[in-house]
Ligand binder design. Structure first.
Ligand code: 13P
Length: 336
């Protein structure tokens, strides 16, 4: 039976849950393990994933987990495959399918994501391993005279082509044009770039006839640049983010999920809560964090088996806080 992609998209947005992005590529995995003093080996990466996927009770807060493609074929220590262990808990397995990004000739400091070659065969394979949704990330950098229209358009075409192929293979595409936090820009500039990026993306998705009720947007929040010297102020982040999203994201889109993008766990939780409580939004919103969900637990774990339980408690606590945030009911005092 062909699954109903609109139903999968709705299931991924069920309240009060969200999505864990555990789809670190090999190079990103090194940036997770190095700071906690754990050697970057395939087995340690597998143990890190087992820490998160094996956390009892995480299913109360998660609808889905995004895996890196090789993890679809990895196993828990007891031999259960990662997708299967998630399915057993009622968590939907997903997979990151872009294979990175490259400089675009003639556009210094701008990048184009890639991975469309042979994508159909890979999608068939990922589906057979249990994946029911996918993610593709493009990166958009803010700087002097960038992003260019050409880069926004080129990335939008890649994302729309990807999304159409994924829906044809009966899975839900998450489209992620990440507007980077790095830079010295103001929050207003971040909001403008976010709105422009999303407007071009949705115009292109419509041109490719992608079914928006079977598609999820993964987006950055509008933030003052990390090097701007302006501290994050949640009501400003919420106002500017909601302004950009409501201007550019059609209401029939199945949902909007946020990345944490280098904010601290507490900042990303507070900002999400403020966004979720900022008036009535036309689509459900929730989290799809990686660093903000994993960081605190990884520090406690430090690669040690005797710390797994404590690390899982820390992870569960953060999940509980972001789940409250997605419904706008997080307060800073809950961090204690
Ligand atoms: P962060 O939450 O760490 O930004 O990661 C989310 C993600 O999936 C980026 O592609």
């Amino acid at each position: 039976m062909i699954p109903d992609i609109q139903k999968i998209a709705r299931d991924l947005m069920v309240s009060p849950k969200g999505i864990l992005a555990a789809d670190e590529s090999e190079s990103t995995m090194k940036t997770r393990l190095d700071p906690i003093g754990v050697a970057h080996t395939t087995e340690n990466a597998r143990r890190m994933r087992e820490l998160f996927f094996g956390t009892p009770g995480a299913e109360e807060y998660l609808t889905g987990v995004i895996l890196y493609e090789s993890s679809l074929e990895e196993k828990m220590a007891d031999g259960t495959s990662f997708p299967h262990v998630l399915e057993q808990k009622g968590i939907i397995p997903g997979v990151k399918v872009d294979i990175g990004h490259r400089d675009l000739p003639n556009f210094p400091d701008e990048r184009l994501s890639y991975g469309l070659d042979a994508l159909e065969a890979r999608l068939e394979h990922f589906y057979s391993l249990g994946a029911r949704f996918t993610k593709w990330r493009s990166v958009i950098r803010i700087g002097d005279n960038i992003p260019s229209d050409a880069v926004l358009s080129a990335n939008a075409h890649v994302l729309a082509h990807y999304a159409a192929l994924v829906q044809a293979h009966h899975m839900v595409p998450i489209v992620e044009p990440e507007v980077l936090y790095d830079g010295t820009h103001t929050i207003e500039r971040s909001r403008d770039v976010l709105e422009r990026t999303l407007a071009v993306l949705f115009e292109t998705l419509r041109a490719y006839r992608v079914a928006l009720p079977g598609l999820i947007l993964k987006t950055s929040m509008a933030l003052p640049g990390r090097e701007s010297g302006t501290p994050l102020h949640a009501p400003d982040v919420a106002r500017e983010t909601v302004a950009a999203l409501t201007a550019a994201v059609p209401k029939e889109t199945a949902g909007v999920v946020f990345l944490s993008g280098g904010q601290t766990p507490a900042q990303s939780t507070e900002n999400l809560s403020c966004i979720a409580s900022h008036g009535t939004l036309p689509w459900p919103v929730t989290f799809s964090y990686s660093r903000a969900l994993e960081e605190e637990a990884l520090r406690v774990w430090g690669g040690r088996d005797d710390r797994v339980r404590e690390a899982r408690d820390v992870y569960l606590k953060r999940l509980k806080l972001v789940a409250a945030a997605r419904n706008g009911s997080y307060h800073k005092e809950m961090e204690r």
